[in-house]
Ligand binder design. Structure first.
Ligand SMILES: Cc1cc2nc3c(=O)[nH]c(=O)nc-3n(C[C@H](O)[C@H](O)[C@H](O)COP(=O)(O)OP(=O)(O)OC[C@H]3O[C@@H](n4cnc5c(N)ncnc54)[C@H](O)[C@@H]3O)c2cc1C
Length: 511
């Protein structure tokens, strides 16, 4: 007999209906578990409402606008694109609305999940309150996510500003100019999109480079491209004060110019301020102390099985880290579903972060998996580097998408991939051949030996493989091949014992 909603004991109660919570809820219900899902705001969490979905929809319109602006690349007349700022935003919201039903209450209730709207707080290690209701469960999943970090700058509380939670729904008219505080992925993506929509955007970045997780040359390349599009980028710039001046926002900052020059103070004045300066975990309202769950400023502390200090309480998604992506939230939630089902710890699965891709959706995109050069050097890992420029692909040339490159790090002297960084129009999609290769230990020789359709961007995988094979063609081997050719023309007279080894270079068995 089915128990009444909210009564009795659930197998799992989940806090937060973002990616991690939704995947955990659907997974548990799909396996026949009794599950409750609590959401205090909008179903779908950040990704659907204030993150990936609206940002990528806006970026797609911005890219189209940019193509029109540079139409002569395709042999067309160049013209200034005509568009209404608000209509572009409406189009973005309509795309989001198209995806929203996947995360809706109706869908989840139809899957057998009891959805509760309200703020969840622990009252004991086995009970959660949502409004007047107390929910009891064998296990809990904390998937309460993060929110924009508001840096402690003097005056910040006295000026209006946007964050990712407001910009997609509350920016009602095109600002002339915008300060984007923070040059991480969100700041760069939105700064570029705003620039393409005709806003004079200035990205203010406290670190020496934008996108601090990428190699300096990757960040420099993106900075140059942004500047070329008219987006001003100020690195090594620490915001110290923000105030209102004649209806505009004034940001005072200390800027350290490149090349060892003296730092100096600067002011930037703009109509609008977008704060994209990192994330903080939503832990405050959860009342974690009575539950015995430990947390720190970065989020909830979990072990490799994603259990908190209370083994029956799990955490997943941004609030647990170490990555803050939709796909890692999804992957963690799957591990949590499985681990909750397992009766013994020995049967539980550790979360595997060995191959985690990510992409920054600037144009061109910057996609990444595994080690980059900076990390390899910091960790003292010896590597070989293979680089291919995107304009070496015929498809990129005919599509006029020639900007960018790929850098592949392999374990020294072998074809085993340690990491890939790609700057290219379709980098987020192209990366996955390498992601699969890394996950399943497929070497570059095997990529080279795989037939790729011509002309595709995907040929990049084969080109990298070819570049590796070419590197193995030492002068000694080349001489051996030359000798073989000569011999087949009847021009040589002795046998070469290592011919088979040499031929491996081209058969893909090497490495
Ligand atoms: C602008 C932007 C762009 C992004 N783009 C990408 C991208 O392109 N690709 C990518 O992989 N990632 C992207 N991300 C990151 C991605 O959105 C997050 O990694 C993902 O949403 C994390 O999911 P989550 O389930 O951990 O948390 P969230 O999606 O934040 O969901 C947490 C939910 O918990 C609810 N909640 C919190 N506290 C309580 C409580 N006490 N009671 C009840 N409910 C509560 C919140 O209301 C929220 O709905 C982007 C993020 C931003 C901000």
């Amino acid at each position: 007999m089915q128990e009444e909603k909210g009564l009795g004991v659930y197998n799992v109660v989940i806090i937060g209906a973002g990616t991690a919570g939704l995947v955990a809820a659907a997974g548990t219900a799909g396996l026949g578990g009794r599950v409750a899902l609590i959401e205090r705001n909008k179903m779908g969490g950040d990704c659907l409402n204030y993150g990936c979905v609206p940002s990528k929809a806006l970026i797609a319109s911005a890219r189209a606008i940019n193509s029109i602006r540079h139409a002569s690349k395709w042999g067309l007349d160049e013209e200034e694109p005509r568009f209404e700022f608000q209509t572009v935003f409406e189009s973005m919201r309509s795309r989001r609305a198209k995806i929203a039903p996947n995360d809706s209450i109706e869908r989840f209730e139809s899957l057998g999940v009891d959805v509760f709207l309200g703020e969840a707080r622990f009252v004991s290690p086995h009970e959660i309150a949502v409004g007047d209701q107390i929910l009891r469960a064998r296990n809990f999943v904390i998937a309460a996510g993060t929110r924009a970090r508001i840096p402690p700058i003097e005056g910040i509380c006295d000026v209006p500003f946007f964050t990712n939670e407001t910009i997609f729904d509350e920016l009602h008219k095109k600002p002339e100019n915008m300060i984007v505080l923070g040059g991480g992925p969100i700041g760069c993506e939105l700064g570029q999109a705003m620039g393409r929509l005709g806003v004079n955007a200035t990205i203010v970045q406290v670190h020496e480079q934008i996108l601090p997780k990428e190699d300096p040359e990757v960040a420099d390349c993106m900075e140059t491209l942004l500047e070329a599009e008219g987006v001003r980028v100020l690195c090594s710039s620490r915001a110290v004060r923000v105030s209102m001046r004649e209806g505009k926002v004034q940001l005072d900052l200390v800027h350290q110019p490149r090349g060892g020059h003296e730092s100096h103070t600067m002011q930037i004045v703009a109509d609008t301020l977008l704060v994209s300066a990192g994330r903080v975990p939503n832990v405050e309202k959860l009342n974690l102390d009575p539950a015995g769950v430990k947390f720190n400023p970065r989020g909830i502390e979990v072990n490799a099985y994603l259990q908190t200090a209370q083994p029956h309480i799990y955490a997943a998604g941004d609030i647990a880290g170490p990555y803050q992506f939709t796909h890692t939230a999804d992957a963690q939630a799957r591990v949590v579903v499985r681990n909750i089902l397992m009766p013994f710890q020995m049967l539980r699965q550790e979360m595997d972060y060995s191959v985690v891709p990510w992409c920054t959706y600037t144009d061109p995109e910057i996609a990444h998996v595994g080690l980059n050069e900076t990390e390899a050097k910091q960790q003292d890992i010896s590597y070989d580097l293979i680089s291919v420029r995107i304009d070496e692909l015929d498809r990129a040339v005919v599509e006029r998408e020639e900007l960018g490159f790929v850098k592949v790090l392999t374990a020294k002297g072998t074809d085993r991939i340690l990491g890939v960084t790609m700057v290219a129009t379709h980098a987020g999609d192209l990366l996955h051949e390498f992601v699969l290769a890394m996950k399943h230990r497929i070497g570059l020789s095997q990529l080279a030996a795989t037939i790729h359709a011509y002309p595709t961007f995907a040929e990049l995988g084969r080109k990298v493989g070819d570049r590796y094979s070419k590197k193995r063609l030492t002068p000694f081997l080349k001489n051996a091949f030359t000798w073989l050719y000569r011999r087949s023309r009847g021009a040589a007279g002795f046998t070469f014992p290592r011919v088979e080894a040499a031929a491996d270079v081209f058969s893909g068995k090497g490495g």
